[in-house]
Design a protein around this ligand. Structure first.
Ligand SMILES: Nc1ncnc2c1ncn2[C@@H]1O[C@H](COP(=O)(O)OP(=O)(O)OP(=O)(O)O)[C@@H](O)[C@H]1O
Ligand SMILES: [Mg+2]
Length: 280
């Protein structure tokens, strides 16, 4: 995570700006993050096609769509994880507070600190204790052991609603707790860095309904402090916890709007077919 090689050449950088200038997408000053005309290729394969999306502060945005439509790829564009894939290429802009995170002067490590990520499979660092899992990122960025670090670890675990369950076991391995607890540990690890946005890629898909309910409650809590973008295959989950929903299909953003409107009164037939299960 600390090193990165950008796969965008100077020529492509230039093209990217030409493309954007030509399309003249407007910057939304009220957005926390904004994707403008994002295209992604893996080798020759064009997997995201002119995607535009706005993420408002203090909201949950859900991304839904069939397997392979580009949800994870799109999510990874939001914190420059995408460029870590060797054959990946991207054009377009991703703005954070109206500033393009792909500008040359921007440090991707800083972006990944401001835009945290939680993955599908809980992935605590296997050799580290519960405490160290939460503290790891902070230690890397120079926070020393001591009361200040203890306080952040406690606060992060509290925010992730895990503190009560683990506060007597902080020295135990991060992998010694249940899957649902490990996922909340990973959320605590993301929160500890005090990000501004949290990206979650199917964070509940490996969890039982009780653990899922806890994470859903937590996500709703998190939006008080952060903008949350969540990829989910669970339509009920999207409608329960999100304020805005994006429906993607074969690399395109088909429909984006307020969750209630999208589920109750979709504008596009394809969206309706997908959310009613009449896909085929
Ligand atoms: N590293 C990669 N190299 C080549 N192709 C890739 C890579 N990652 C993803 N793809 C391709 O890009 C497309 C979009 O994949 P992506 O993982 O974003 O889909 P998804 O919507 O998240 O699917 P799922 O719901 O199954 O997780 C797919 O066709 C996939 O095969
Ligand atoms: Mg995916």
């Amino acid at each position: 995570m600390t090193t990165t090689t950008t796969t965008i050449t100077q020529e492509e950088q230039n093209n990217k700006h030409v493309t954007n200038d030509q399309t003249q997408q407007e910057i939304d000053q009220t957005a926390k993050m904004q994707a403008i005309n994002v295209n992604v290729w893996f080798g020759q394969k064009h997997v995201l096609k002119s995607v535009n999306l706005t993420v408002k502060p203090n909201t949950v945005t859900a991304i839904i769509g069939p397997s392979g439509c580009g949800k994870s790829t799109f999510l990874r564009c939001f914190n420059r994880m995408h460029e870590l894939a060797p054959n990946a290429k991207m054009t377009g802009k991703i703005l954070l507070d109206c500033e393009d995170i792909y500008e040359r002067k921007i440090d991707p490590v800083q972006i990944r600190r401001r835009v945290g990520m939680v993955f599908q499979k809980p992935n605590p660092f296997p050799t580290m204790s519960i405490y160290d899992n939460v503290a790891a990122g902070l230690k890397l960025t120079g926070t020393k052991n001591g009361k200040h670090l203890d306080d952040i670890v406690k606060r992060s675990l509290e925010q992730a609603t895990l503190w009560d369950e683990v506060h007597e076991d902080l020295k135990k391995p991060g992998t010694s707790i249940s899957g649902g607890q490990q996922q909340r540990l990973c959320i605590a690890r993301a929160i500890a860095l005090q990000p501004e946005v949290i990206l979650m890629d199917e964070p509940c898909s490996a969890l039982d309904p009780i653990a899922t309910a806890k994470i859903e409650k937590l996500i709703i809590e998190l939006k008080r402090n952060y903008a949350v973008v969540i990829v989910t295959h669970n339509m009920q989950q999207a409608s329960r916890i999100s304020d805005y929903t994006a429906f993607m299909y074969m690399g395109e953003l088909i429909e984006f709007g307020e969750t209630r409107q999208l589920f109750e009164n979709p504008k596009v037939k394809l969206t309706e077919n997908y959310i009613t299960g009449a896909f085929g």
